[in-house]
Each structure stands twice: as structure tokens, then as C-alpha cells.
Design a protein around this ligand. Structure first.
Ligand code: 76R
Length: 253
């Protein structure tokens, strides 16, 4: 039996992917459209304005979905409520669900610094505390683009992440982190764990003002053993953020 990493969990995350029923939208009367826009804006603004957590909305490129509503909440109860409240708003009549993903922001104890964080005898380190807090209680950065995909670590006979000794996984994650840090200031990420919660093992949500920075970071990681040998990916979604007040413009096409 291998030693699992220690983990700490923070905000719960829902990626709510919606399709707009464009035929119904075009056929709708003026008053129904106005109500949908008004209630949609109200929903998005009040949910973005909460004390703990955040909500943002993105226009999804390509056919897989039209909207991504991304929610971060301190409890599953609050996340569930955010999800249900959308159904009560008039905009929901013009959407159906393309997909969704549920996970929880996670920090694991692979790095030396993180190992200290999990060590009850280690001296408290405010810098480390801030770093862990930024991973566990992330704020949604104000970038224009988002890339979201779920992933798992491989468990093939030849390349089985879950059969590697802790030390080997730690070294792989350190090399992985070195690549990631080269993109500091260009790409921010939320790593959220979903073992026992959703179909893959993590959700990866990346934010950038230039989508090619994300593409280059992921290309480098694809060649790094932590991904080239051990990563399996789900579907990728690319979104462009818009302010709730721009909902009308989004729907006008
Ligand atoms: O040395 C360190 O500080 C490493 C810190 C670190 C950990 C533990 C780190 C850094 N990651 C960690 C864990 Mn990551 N990450 C991904 C992806 O598409 C792909 O190939 C992989 C998707 C990206 C883009 C990314 C980015 N990371 C993890 C885990 C959990 C592993 C486990 O617990 O078994 C996954 C699944 C994962 C995947 N990572 C970074 C980044 C970036 C940009 C960094 C550096 C910035 C930072 O430290 O905050």
C-alpha cells in the first residue's frame, strides 16, 4: 500500500455549463425576453456579490456549450442553492444543461513547504499560510479567458500513478510545479479535487488574458512526465468572460 498525499480542501466549485435554446429565444416575445435578461443579470450580479466565494459567467466558444457559470462556495449547501436558484430565474427557461462538474479546491502535501503546512510540529509560516489560502480560497481572477477540463492520473499496468512511491510522486510534482511557475503572472490556476465527487479526479481551471499562454503552458506540461506518462484528460471548454450587465449583448448575438 502506498502513502496517499495529505490534502486540505477549501471552497467547493461548480462548473455549470448551459446551452441557450436560440430558437426559443428568437421566437420569444419582447416581454419574456426582457424578464429573462433582467432576472439573469440580477441572478449573476447577486451571486457574484456574496461574502464568501465568487461567481463568474463566460461565453463558451464552440458547440459544447454556450454559457459557463462558475461558482465557488464555502459549503456544498451554498453551492447547491446557487445551482437551484438559477432554475428559478426566467433566463433558465431559455437554457438547458450541456454539462457540469463538481469539485473542491485542493492543496496537497507533496512539496516540502506543503509538508510543513501539514506538520503539526512545524513553525507557523505566514507566507506559506497565504500561499495555501490562495489555493484553497481562490478569488476568480479578472482575466478575459478561461480553460476548464477535468483530469485523472493514469492507472495503467505500465504507468500507474497510484502505485508509485510517495517520493517519486513528490519529485514528479516538483518538476510539474517548476513548469507552472514559469507562467506566473500569465496563467493562474484553480486545482480542485473531485475524487468521490465527480467523474474524474480533478478539475483544472486556468485563467489568462492571452489564450496562447495557456496553450503553451499545457504543451510544456504534456511533455513533462507528470502529464506525458500519468495524465488522462476529459473534455476541454474555452470561455470568454463577460460582465453580468453584458448579458443582453451576449443574447443579442
Ligand atoms: O512545486 C510546487 O509548488 C508544486 C505545486 C503544485 C502542486 C502540488 C502545482 C503547481 N500543481 C500541483 C498539483 Mn498543478 N496543474 C495541473 C494542470 O494539463 C495538464 O497537463 C495538467 C493540468 C495544470 C495546467 C497545472 C498548473 N496540479 C496538481 C495536481 C494534483 C496532483 C496530486 O495531488 O496528485 C494536478 C492534477 C495538477 C494539474 N500547477 C502548479 C500548475 C501551475 C501553473 C503551477 C505553479 C503555480 C503554483 O504553484 O501555484
Amino acid at each position: 500500500r502506498r502513502e496517499p498525499p495529505r490534502t486540505e480542501e477549501g471552497l467547493y466549485v461548480l462548473h455549470d455549463l448551459r446551452r441557450v435554446d436560440w430558437d426559443a429565444w428568437r421566437d420569444a416575445g419582447e416581454r419574456d425576453r426582457e424578464a429573462a435578461i433582467e432576472e439573469g443579470v440580477e441572478y449573476l450580479e447577486t451571486h457574484a456579490d456574496i461574502e464568501q466565494g465568487d461567481t463568474a459567467v463566460f461565453s463558451v466558444l464552440g458547440h459544447k456549450a454556450d454559457l459557463l457559470i462558475l461558482h465557488l462556495r464555502p459549503t456544498l449547501e451554498a453551492l447547491d442553492r446557487a445551482e437551484r436558484e438559477f432554475e428559478g430565474c426566467a433566463l433558465a427557461e431559455f437554457t438547458d444543461r450541456a454539462s457540469s462538474y463538481v469539485s473542491v479546491a485542493e492543496a496537497s502535501g507533496y512539496t516540502e513547504a506543503a509538508a510543513d503546512y501539514f506538520d503539526p510540529d512545524a513553525e507557523a509560516d505566514p507566507g506559506l499560510q497565504r500561499y495555501m489560502d490562495s489555493r484553497l480560497h481562490p478569488e476568480l481572477p479578472d482575466t478575459e479567458f478561461v480553460s476548464f477540463y477535468p483530469m485523472s492520473k493514469r492507472r495503467d499496468p505500465e504507468y500507474n500513478w497510484y502505485d508509485l512511491p510517495f517520493e517519486e510522486r513528490r519529485e514528479l510534482m516538483a518538476a510539474h510545479g517548476d513548469i507552472g511557475r514559469e507562467y506566473a503572472g500569465k496563467v493562474t490556476q484553480i486545482i480542485s479535487g473531485s475524487i468521490g465527487i465527480d467523474d474524474h479526479e480533478w478539475g483544472v481551471t486556468l485563467f489568462a488574458d492571452d489564450m496562447t499562454d495557456i496553450k503553451r503552458l499545457l504543451t510544456e506540461m504534456r511533455f513533462d512526465p507528470s502529464s506525458s506518462r500519468y495524465a488522462e484528460f476529459g473534455r476541454f471548454y474555452t470561455g470568454r468572460r463577460f460582465a453580468p450587465s453584458q448579458l443582453e449583448a451576449f443574447l443579442a448575438g
